[in-house]
Design a protein around this ligand. Structure first.
Ligand code: FEO
Ligand code: CA
Ligand code: CA
Ligand code: CA
Length: 633
């Protein structure tokens, strides 16, 4: 673990520091659970020192042997440890846009040492690029991109420790986050943003939003500024992304809890207090990472205790209409949303798979009541329907359990507002931090990156649910992560039941033992840890991005910087394609509409990427192409 101070921590690290979960040594439970599963896991069940160790098994029709076929158009890139981006021979990359680059010609110039001033900070590309999707509107290519969080030291370089010291500082941080909509085009100088395009738009922590679905108008969503409980400001900690078949963008509110605090002791009702505990909302006066509450009363729980109930949702944005109001869809549940991956059922109903990225939290599925008809009314598809949570059984089957009032003892509004508590009530399976989910366009199956979980088998989740090792989360103190795959029964994403397996368990075959070596499709050449971002291209290749330990030492030796790899869903083969600068996470992936360019996000580079020595590090989106101009997805 690197030395990090608060300003440099990821939201997950910050959350863990402030909300450590109760200690409970569940190692005996782990061993017992592992032994009881001896029957269904192919291969080894054995125990190393202090760890459950087991093999993995694959769904029928799948072999996990690397090298049986080669659908990849590139040779594997070796690991890298330097401060820039690398791609294989035959490919090239360029920077499309960096934090602080103008979206409008009246934006302030970026200063290499001081960044962007507060005035005009809502006219530039935001920081810490994450999920993104490209939409073709007429002849315009619109890239819609999340800016997940801010590195306060990078954004307020003149402040001691990067601490916000004024309302203006807070506003600057608020403006650098949220979502950017920007037109992009490829000209003689490569890809660039179309400055002043009428489609360009910044959506940030103060942008008006509409709240719909079962929790809209609930008393717990009402504030002095919004007595209706249906009109909020801002979208927060926008992590992964999604899109709908009708051309809208879905942004996913993840670690929203970190933006709140209290200037004095808050008196909370029991329901609110229990919700804050489960979601990690902090009520002490510590100025914390952002100190919004010190200067903006909306984030002060002692004054506005309901404000946190208005975050943690899937938010729909129409990129084709710059004047549209984003909609927070409470029907899709409130949790630390990673991304939103849709799949159409054969009858046209819309399924949306979603992960809750926290140790020991759950995976969810939304299923619309109504059918999607191209060109038809889509207004109910993310508000009328049913939310489910996943239960994975040890016989490699599973069930989407409906979160209904009858099953949970909660009202529809309470289920939407406190989805974690509803899911615990029905016995959902605790997971190793569900990050991105991706749906295979060439087979009826979906995948979820379970990034890692050092608490697996060690501590319960924040709701007290046991986290002993289980089928898709088979390793205690899991520092590497794995990818679970499921195939809905009846080849129908509307089905309530499925079969599952593990597509890959990351690991280190050179210096670890048993299951910590990784599954058989991990080898000395393609090692990685902490799978996080994931997208399929149109040919059915799965692209995996990592957000892990890049020290390249100890159990992570041989893995190098964070990276993007290609996975073949059929053979299990995985091959490294791109590496990011040291200190960065590779996250966010989409393609130009002609599929000749892939856009890849480089978040929180540790070095002064991409401008070089003397500049602040700038999270960036890079455009990657083949040198022969062929398609890349
Ligand atoms: Fe923002 Fe779970 O990654
Ligand atoms: Ca992520
Ligand atoms: Ca992550
Ligand atoms: Ca991250």
């Amino acid at each position: 673990m690197k030395d990090i101070d608060q300003a440099e921590m990821s939201p997950d690290e910050w959350d863990e520091l402030h909300f450590p979960r109760a200690d409970h040594n569940g190692f005996d439970d782990v061993v017992e659970a592992a032994i009881s599963r001896r029957g269904f896991l192919n291969g080894v069940v054995a125990f190393g020192s202090g760890a459950a160790v087991m093999g993995t098994s694959m769904l029928k029709g799948t072999t996990a042997v690397a090298g049986q076929s080669d659908r990849f158009a590139f040779e594997q890139l070796p690991i890298q440890t330097d401060g820039t981006v690398h791609v294989p021979d035959g490919y090239e990359w360029e920077v499309l846009v960096r934090w602080g680059d103008p979206l409008f010609s009246d934006a302030p110039a970026f200063d290499a040492a001081t960044g962007v001033p507060t005035e005009g900070s809502d006219r530039v590309f935001g920081e810490n690029t994450d999920g993104m999707e490209l939409f073709k509107v007429g002849n315009h290519e619109l890239l819609v991109v999340n800016s997940e969080y801010v590195n306060t030291k990078t954004n307020l370089p003149e402040n001691e420790g990067g601490k916000p010291a004024s309302a203006g500082d807070v506003l600057r941080l608020q403006n650098f986050q949220g979502v950017s909509v920007m037109e992009v085009t490829e000209g003689e100088n490569g890809w660039e943003v179309v400055v002043d395009s009428p489609y360009n738009r910044r959506i940030h922590h103060n942008t008006p939003m509409v709240i719909d679905g079962p929790a809209a108008g609930h008393d717990l969503l009402k504030t002095d500024a919004d007595p209706t409980g249906t009109a909020s400001l801002g979208t927060f900690n926008n992590c992964g992304s999604g899109r709908t078949p009708w051309g809208t963008y879905l942004t996913c509110e993840e670690n929203f809890n970190g933006y709140f605090g209290a200037t004095e002791e808050a008196s909370l009702d029991d329901v609110t207090a229990a919700g804050f505990k489960r979601y990690g909302v902090k009520t002490d006066v510590d100025p914390g990472r952002y100190n919004y509450h010190g200067f903006d009363a909306r984030f002060d729980i002692s004054k506005n205790p309901n404000e946190p109930h208005r975050a943690g949702y899937i938010v729909e944005i129409d990129p084709a209409n710059p004047d549209s109001t984003p909609v927070k869809h409470t029907a899709l549940g409130r949790f630390k949303h990673e991304n939103a991956a849709y799949a159409l059922a054969p009858d046209g109903r819309v399924a949306v798979y979603m992960g809750d990225d926290e140790r020991g939290e759950f995976m969810y599925k939304w299923l619309s009541r109504d059918k999607y008809v191209p060109g038809g009314d889509t207004s109910t598809l993310l508000s009328e329907g049913q939310l489910f949570v996943a239960r994975f059984d040890d016989d490699m089957s599973g069930e989407w359990v409906a979160l209904t009032p009858a099953a949970t003892g909660m009202s529809e509004a309470e289920i939407a507002l406190f989805s974690r508590i509803a899911a615990s009530a029905v016995g959902a399976t605790t997971m190793d931090r569900p990050e991105w989910i991706a749906v295979n366009p060439t087979a009826v199956e979906a995948y979820c990156c379970l990034t890692n979980n050092k608490n697996r088998g060690i501590k319960p989740n924040a709701g007290g649910d046991d986290t002993a090792a289980n089928g898709p989360n088979p390793r205690e103190a899991n520092n590497y992560g794995q990818i679970v795959r499921w195939r809905p029964h009846g080849d129908n994403h509307a089905s309530n039941t499925f079969d599952w397996d593990l597509y890959v368990m990351a690991g280190n075959p050179t210096n670890q033992q048993g299951a910590y070596k990784g599954s058989s499709n991990i080898n000395e050449g393609n090692m990685f840890n902490a799978p996080d971002g994931m997208q399929f291209d149109t040919t059915g290749i799965m692209w995996i991005q990592t957000d892990g330990n890049d020290d390249n030492e100890g159990e992570f030796e041989g893995m190098g910087n964070n990276q993007m790899l290609a996975g073949d869903p059929v053979t299990g083969e995985i091959r490294r394609f791109l590496t990011g600068p040291n200190g960065s996470e590779v996250t966010g992936l989409t393609w130009s509409s002609d599929k000749r360019t892939m856009f890849v996000g480089i978040q929180h580079p540790g070095k002064p990427f991409p401008d070089g020595e003397g500049s602040l590090p700038r999270s960036s989106i890079v455009a990657v192409k083949r040198t022969d101009g062929a398609m890349v997805g």
